[in-house]
Write a protein that binds this ligand. Structure first.
Ligand code: ZN
Length: 297
């Protein structure tokens, strides 16, 4: 593999759990910086209940203010209502979330997995003016049910693939996966659906995130979610922590000869800027150590 696509998710997953509410202008500045750093696809917001996720209350304002044609802008949606809101803003892509485990599905989207898949399939069966991808949350484990058996995951994957999304993302929502799990599950999806592009959404909750990213790429994943500074969390998953840090991922990939189209220095600058906006230290490591070799040493 010589190229991997990075989807910058800091404007959505990265900040959704932050207590400090960022202004719409600050979010737009974050998206602008992500674009400048070379992120061709950015998850810019989520269309969810603002009472449950106050940080995303300005989803429409953010989406409507974005310049079209500056990259692919993605809106996260959990149900028909969210999808319709995303559609109305004219975003390029909707990322529909289905949760692999029933208990987490009920807590996260208010319906069980089967009903959630049915909603997704109904939407995907209609002619839509935007790209539709699907993320399968809790693909590697559930905060409430524990292990998610591979057979269960594959059932959910199969039901989603039948609706013909542009891509299927396996999400380690609570950061429990190990490289062996990633190799196994990405491999299984690839073997079952060789033409379906696979994306990975990884959290570094137990410090396996970057190792999982590498395992995923070797197993055939072609896209990875990441957030500047490693910020992130989930309001409905207890003790969930940050996504893998974009700049840490870029460092590993670029030094290993894998292109991303992103600029490490700009990513580090943006991680520092985001840290200042949030007002607390963020987990990213390369932003502290710098790249290598570093001419400015
Ligand atoms: Zn996440």
């Amino acid at each position: 593999m010589d190229h991997v696509e990075i989807i910058e998710v800091s404007p959505r997953d990265g900040i959704q759990n932050e207590k400090t509410l960022l202004s719409t202008d600050t979010k737009l500045e974050l998206i602008r910086r992500a674009t400048e750093a070379g992120a061709g696809r950015i998850e810019v917001t989520s269309f969810v209940n603002p009472k449950r996720v106050p940080q995303m209350a300005d989803a429409e304002a953010v989406a409507n203010a974005l310049a079209r044609g500056t990259g692919k802008h993605i809106g996260l949606t959990l149900n028909r209502r969210g999808f319709d809101r995303a559609l109305a803003t004219g975003l390029d892509e909707a990322n529909f979330v289905v949760v692999a485990s029933d208990t987490f599905s009920r807590k996260n989207q208010g319906v069980g997995t089967e009903d959630s898949i049915a909603a997704f399939r109904e939407i995907a069966a209609e002619p839509q003016p935007i790209r539709i991808a699907v993320t399968i949350a809790a693909s590697f484990g559930c905060p409430f049910e524990g292990e998610v058996p591979l057979a269960r995951l594959m059932q959910v994957v199969e039901s989603c693939v039948a609706a013909n999304p542009v891509e299927i993302a396996l999400a380690d929502t609570i950061g429990v996966a190990t490289p062996r799990d990633v190799t196994e599950r990405v491999g299984a999806v690839r073997r079952a659906f060789p033409d379906m592009p696979i994306r990975l959404h990884l959290h570094n909750t137990r410090n396996t995130g970057i190792a999982n990213a590498w395992a995923g790429i070797e197993a055939g994943a072609r896209a990875l979610d990441a957030s500047f500074g490693g910020v992130g969390g989930c309001p409905f998953a207890p003790r969930a922590t940050g996504n893998i840090a974009t700049e840490d991922l870029l460092y590993m990939l670029h030094r290993s000869g894998v292109k991303t189209g992103m600029d490490l220095d700009l990513a580090i600058e943006t991680a520092e800027w985001l840290q200042a906006q949030l007002g607390h230290e963020v987990p990213g490591m390369v932003m502290k150590a710098g790249g290598f070799p570093n001419a400015a040493a």
